[in-house]
Design a binder for this molecule. Structure first.
Ligand code: NAD
Ligand code: MG
Length: 394
């Protein structure tokens, strides 16, 4: 009888590409009529964060940087919305009651709050792949302890989640992650040696944040996704394949022991994956573009070239070595990526730095807790910075 209580949502990283798409989906599915927004978090873009918080009636708005606290407080004065900042603010965000949390902070910064929200038992819609790459086992354990659902938002993993029939798990032979190939799919190694941030960030099919766009061009994004898939779907490294598919229409596939392959297809629009995670187990009605197969006419596939895209090889190396190599790969990569963005490192040297650091730190013990994960991450960053300073790479 009567109305059920609205679902309470929190969006970590609401000002980013995934965060904005999430609020767009929430709006399409009824907005404040159907949902209560518990927390929104952002970083430097306090004007947008404040606008979102007012529009959706958030209870708490958090900027990740203490320097922006006053600005956010100012923007939200008179609104009745609580304001917090910094690491403690993010932990406060994780502590607030929520039924569903969109984890869309970019990078390692998303780890602690997402883990805490998982332990609290919220359903986690996971966009932040670094959680699984750096702390896969611990993160899965936190979800199990909390008792919430883990709903993948990364388009490939969301696709697999859609076609991985739970009662056929025993018959899963492999998953096939599709990759557009990015802007350098057909470039020569020589051309790739001196690409700029501007060319690297121009993704042919998806519109995304800066870091993930460059990671897509270098295939580090796909490398992270291989490790992510391993943890999400409990796979062996050899069960994870990558295929270039320039149209980005097939978002990924699952191959079964009877030779069947199930795929999920759609326009490259993150709102499909976000909506699936938000409405699960039902499907929402979304205003995304519908596929016109006659106009598409063809779908192409190519084997990826691991000489030009060594990141894929590094992902397999990290999975075979196990332990904290995922955290090391990710930490070293993030430092190399920042150096590339700032013009201090060449495009191809990002993989060189990462591989050197992975080799140097191959002896670290497996992580019993988050402290070891953060320590591996820290050491990887230090070692990467050292290598670049000594000019040993790139
Ligand atoms: P983005 O850069 O557009 O947004 C990142 C968000 O994180 C913003 O809200 C920003 O304010 C916040 N943020 C930045 N630095 C922070 C810090 N130090 N502490 C706390 N918050 C901080 O990134 P995005 O493209 O939306 O990606 C978000 C996550 O989702 C990433 O992990 C990315 O790999 C993943 N993802 C994105 C897409 C996509 O289509 N954009 C697809 C799949 C997965
Ligand atoms: Mg993806």
């Amino acid at each position: 009888t009567g109305k059920t209580a609205p679902r309470r949502l929190s969006i970590f990283g609401s000002t980013g590409s995934i965060g904005r798409n999430t609020l767009n989906v929430v709006e399409h599915l009824g907005g404040r009529e159907n949902f209560e927004i518990s927390v929104l978090t952002g970083n430097g873009n306090v004007k947008l964060l404040a606008r979102q918080a007012r529009a959706f009636g958030a209870r708490l708005a958090v900027t990740a940087n203490d320097r922006h606290y006053d600005a956010l407080k100012n923007e939200l004065s008179g609104s009745g919305i609580t304001v917090a900042s910094g690491k403690s603010g993010l932990m406060e965000a994780a502590d607030r009651e929520a039924d569903w949390v969109m984890a869309a902070i970019v990078g390692t910064a998303g780890l602690a709050p997402t883990l805490a929200a998982a332990r609290r038992g919220a359903d986690i819609a996971l966009a932040n792949k670094e959680c699984l790459v750096s702390a896969g086992d611990l993160f899965i354990k936190a979800i199990q302890e909390g008792g919430g659902r883990l709903l993948p938002v990364d388009s490939e993993h969301n696709a697999i989640y859609q076609v991985l029939e739970e009662n056929q798990r025993h018959a899963v032979e492999r998953v096939i992650l599709t990759a557009s190939g990015g802007p350098f799919r057909t470039a020569s190694l020589k051309e790739m040696a001196d690409v700029t941030v501007e060319t690297a960030r121009a993704h042919p099919n998806w519109s995304m944040g800066l870091k993930i766009s460059i990671d897509s061009a270098s295939m580090f994004n796909k490398a992270l996704e291989m490790i992510e898939a391993r943890h999400l779907f409990r796979l062996k490294p050899e069960q994870i394949e990558v295929i270039f598919h320039p149209q980005s229409i097939i978002h990924s596939m699952v191959g079964y022991t009877d030779g069947s392959v199930l795929a999920q297809l759609g326009a490259p629009d993150m709102r499909t994956a976000i909506g699936y995670a938000l409405s699960f187990p039902r499907r929402p009605n979304l205003p995304v573009e519908r596929l016109d197969f006659a106009r598409l006419a063809r779908l192409d596939f190519e084997a990826p070239d691991e000489v030009r895209f060594p990141a894929l090889r590094l992902a397999r190396l990290a999975m075979t070595r196990g332990g904290v190599q995922g955290a090391v790969l990710n930490g070293a990569k993030e430092v190399a990526l920042e150096a590339f963005i700032e013009g201090r490192l060449s495009f191809l040297a990002m993989a060189e730095v990462t591989e050197r650091v992975m080799d140097d730190l191959a002896g670290l013990p497996p992580a019993a807790g988050m402290d070891e994960v953060f320590s591996a991450d820290r050491q990887a960053r230090q070692r990467a910075a050292e290598l670049m300073k000594l000019d040993l790479v790139g």
